[in-house]
Design a protein around this ligand. Structure first.
Ligand SMILES: Cc1cc2nc3c(=O)[nH]c(=O)nc-3n(C[C@H](O)[C@H](O)[C@H](O)COP(=O)(O)OP(=O)(O)OC[C@H]3O[C@@H](n4cnc5c(N)ncnc54)[C@H](O)[C@@H]3O)c2cc1C
Length: 396
């Protein structure tokens, strides 16, 4: 097999870029394939926790629009209710805000400039991928381009093509039987310029508040994420409220988002509502063969918080480390590298079921200072959950 590239990566979002960056810096020749031309819009509130900023190999300060030191957690729609909300100020910033289109383009440009030690990153726009064949020594990937169908080859392929991953579909269809079901989340968002807001917001919030609101729908939350000149407002459902079904996503509708925008921001129309599924359930993913799935394609969104950029970056880096350390059996090495993240997500999976079954219990915990600080630290820094569990056990 002759190939111009050592690794093919389908998808140039955070997961694909994180993998490409580390591989190219270590001398590998990488081909990044994406069906969109960057900068491209992507449905995402782009809240970047401390752990996400820490995981990145470079500063993304140039695209950070706001840094939040305060978080508002809401339990009921009535702002006057005494148990309605918990407002927490933190010394260190808890979350940084960017616009996803700018964040992704910035990361892509850094990745394209990352090559060292004879490595390279090429970016190619394709229409889609059509077929994937795993052979004993390499991968064959049929791609559809603007001018026709072409076959690419490389020893290893990374599937970083998001929650609707075609790589994942082709991989299980062609090589490994039926794809294990991914848990399904869904979220809708829109942007509202500060200039369009009434002088006082009907929900009692300040326009710059970072709000997670568990009242509008079961199994998820509504949010207000303040950016430089607008608020990103959204609703998302992540955790099944019924153990035998994942129908919680049916509650995520344009009508509900409009109602929520009226209740929180006092506005009755929203331009450009966009939405996307979130890939979850990847704590059970077992890498096999020459195709490694990363980010949403592997189902690595945190089901408690809906956060996925951190997992995308960490899993992309884990895939790169695995390929560099054990190219002969990258899947086994990737399984080991991914295990700590999967353990965290398995904990989140259980915690999400318990929390969303009765959010008032979670709010009780948030009123205890020690627990509140541990819960926030877990969200912001991703501290090992054992610390949180030990603290919980002492209090029960
Ligand atoms: C409304 C909403 C709000 C969210 N808010 C947050 C948040 O505030 N913070 C957070 O951490 N997470 C958030 N998430 C989750 C986050 O967006 C994802 O977890 C993250 O984007 C996953 O990154 P990724 O690289 O795996 O996939 P993606 O970012 O989806 O990138 C996949 C790339 O693959 C390309 N692609 C797809 N199919 C093909 C194909 N067939 N051929 C070639 N290219 C292809 C796409 O064009 C895209 O560039 C949100 C999600 C939604 C839907």
């Amino acid at each position: 097999m002759q190939s111009d590239h050592d690794i093919l990566i389908v998808g140039a979002g955070p997961a694909g870029c994180a993998a490409a960056y580390d591989l190219a810096r270590s001398g590998k020749r990488v081909l990044l394939l994406d069906r969109r031309t960057f900068p491209r819009p992507k449905a995402c509130a782009c809240g970047l926790t401390r752990k996400t900023l820490k995981a990145l190999r470079y500063s993304v300060d140039p695209v950070i629009e706001r840094v939040c030191h305060e978080i508002v957690l809401q339990q009921t729609a009535d702002p006057a209710s005494p148990n309605g909300q918990v407002r927490v100020k933190t010394r260190k910033a808890i979350c940084a805000m960017a616009v996803r289109e700018n964040f992704d383009d910035f990361c892509l440009q850094r990745t394209l400039a990352s090559a060292r030690n004879g490595g390279s990153v090429d970016l190619r726009k394709i229409e889609t991928i059509l077929a994937l064949r795993e052979l004993p020594t390499h991968i064959e990937l049929d791609i559809q381009t603007a001018t026709g169908i072409e076959t690419l080859t490389a020893p290893i392929l990374i599937g970083a093509d998001g929650s609707n991953s075609q790589t994942r579909r082709l991989l299980y269809q062609d090589s490994h039987g039926e794809a294990p079901a991914l848990a399904n989340g869904f979220a809708l968002e829109a942007t509202v310029p500060y200039a369009a807001l009434p002088s006082t917001l009907p929900g009692g919030d300040s326009p710059q508040d970072l709000v997670f609101d568990f009242s509008p729908l079961p199994g998820g939350y509504g949010w207000l994420f303040p950016k430089r000149d607008h608020i990103n407002i959204g609703i998302g459902a992540f955790a099944p409220t019924n153990p035998t079904s994942s129908n919680q996503i049916n509650a995520v509708t344009r009508a509900l988002l409009l109602d929520y925008a009226k209740q929180k921001l006092g506005i009755t129309t929203l331009d450009h509502i966009t939405g996307q599924h979130l890939g979850m359930g990847g704590h059970t993913y077992i890498p096999r063969g020459r195709v490694l799935l990363v980010g949403d394609a592997a189902g690595l969104v945190d089901p408690l918080t809906g956060e996925g950029i951190h997992s995308a970056i960490v899993s992309g880096q884990a895939a790169a480390t695995a390929i560099l350390s054990n190219p002969a059996d990258a899947a086994a090495a990737y399984a080991r590298e991914l295990a700590p993240l999967q353990q965290t997500l398995a904990f989140s999976h259980r915690a999400a079921r318990a929390f969303y079954a009765d959010p008032s219990r979670g709010f009780k915990a948030m009123r205890i200072p020690l627990l509140r600080s541990l819960i926030l630290k877990t969200y912001a820094d991703g501290i090992p959950h054992t610390k949180l569990l030990t603290a919980l056990a002492k209090l029960v």
